[in-house]
Design a protein around this ligand. Structure first.
Ligand SMILES: [Zn+2]
Length: 72
């Protein structure tokens, strides 16, 4: 029996739609690879978060449920 596997289709570069190369799959070149990487990073940093980012030394002091301060 001989398996006839279809040849792997060259995935078109998601950036410029050119046939991808083996070196930069699924992109056609390192240029498109970087472009996609840049988009990906942008997307990551552009995600809006409802939670306040915990800054260094900027913790919420005296929040609800904190220490009672009406003791004199
Ligand atoms: Zn490309």
């Amino acid at each position: 029996m001989t398996e006839e596997r279809p040849p792997a289709k060259p995935t078109p570069c998601p950036i410029c739609r050119k046939p991808s190369t083996a070196d930069f799959r699924p992109f056609c070149s390192d240029r498109c690879q970087k472009i996609d990487l840049g988009r990906w990073l942008k997307g990551v940093y552009a995600i809006p978060t409802d939670e306040p980012a915990p800054g260094p030394g900027g913790g919420p002091a005296g929040g609800p449920g904190g220490e009672p301060e009406d003791e004199r």
